[in-house]
Design a protein around this ligand. Structure first.
Ligand code: NDP
Length: 249
């Protein structure tokens, strides 16, 4: 179990209603944190307390499109003011709109960059103000193997995830002196609805590329996030932690 950063540590997790985000909420709750799960769909968020074992007041849910700069900023300010602190921000919300580069529509490029990268910038800009004031905080961005190595059919997605890695390192450099850390996690192939949507042939090819010969579980990624959120990683910043069964070495 991850150590908590503070007795009343407060965390915001985007894309927290399902997949990897849901497991991140579970890990941070079990570390004793108060968690605000942000996601697009009210119906999914409504089922979250049950899915997470009814944690009571330590779990709040908010329906929000994280690309809404004004709305997402206001939400972060509101959470920090309500709890008197903000310790952890996990920028996990992400989408794919795959296709070969030559045929990729502008709209699919822009949408993926906006959800995966711009939303993280918005979140970091807002959260860092509170974290700097309290002289501590941990920001974790959900990158990807694709951002480290590129991937056919994912020009938009890999660019967004590579961008997140640059954003992670710059954030780390700008805020290190204030004890605000920023790291990224780079998952490989993880068993979620995002990868369920891949054609079987693509799944077989992917499996062949993984030295450990299996897809990871959302909890594998969530435990790495919980580590980066906790004081156990207190001297780490600007790092990209791969959770990918050995794909990126
Ligand atoms: P899922 O598609 O299972 O979950 C993503 C969640 O983010 C969904 O609940 C989705 O909402 C939400 N979301 C999407 N857009 C927005 C938005 N604009 N505002 C708020 N919430 C939004 O994905 P995973 O759990 O698989 O992935 C989580 C993260 O991990 C992503 O950043 C992904 O790129 C990254 N990742 C995943 C890998 C994998 O193999 N699964 C590999 C590498 C990285 P809705 O349900 O409405 O769509």
């Amino acid at each position: 179990m991850a150590e908590k950063t503070h007795d009343n540590a407060v965390a915001i997790v985007t894309g927290g209603a399902r997949g990897i985000g849901l497991e991140i909420c579970r890990e941070l709750l079990s570390a004793g944190m108060t968690v605000v799960a942000v996601d697009l769909r009210d119906d999914l968020l409504a089922g979250l307390p049950d899915a997470l074992g009814s944690p009571g007041e330590r779990l709040a849910t908010r329906a929000m499109d994280v690309t809404d700069s004004e709305g997402f900023t206001a939400l972060i300010d509101e959470v920090a003011e309500q709890h008197g602190r903000l310790d952890v921000l996990v920028n996990n919300a992400g989408i794919t709109r795959d296709g070969l580069l030559m045929r990729m529509e502008d709209e699919d490029w822009e949408m993926v960059l906006k959800v995966n990268l711009t939303s993280a910038f918005i979140g970091i800009r807002a959260a860092s103000r509170h974290m700097m004031r309290q002289r501590g905080g941990s920001i974790i961005n959900m990158a990807s193997f694709s951002g480290l190595e590129g991937n056919r059919g994912q020009a938009n997605y890999s660019a967004s995830k590579a961008g997140l890695i640059g954003l992670t390192k710059t954030t780390a450099k700008e805020f290190a002196g204030k004890n605000v850390r920023c790291n990224a996690v780079a998952p490989g192939f993880i068993q979620t609805e995002m990868t369920d949507a891949l054609p079987q042939q693509a799944k077989d090819v992917a499996q062949g590329l993984i030295p450990m010969k299996r897809f990871g579980e959302p909890s594998d990624v969530a435990r790495a996030v919980a580590f980066l959120a906790s004081d156990a990683s207190g001297y780490m910043t600007g790092q990209v932690l791969s959770v990918d069964g050995g794909m990126h070495m």
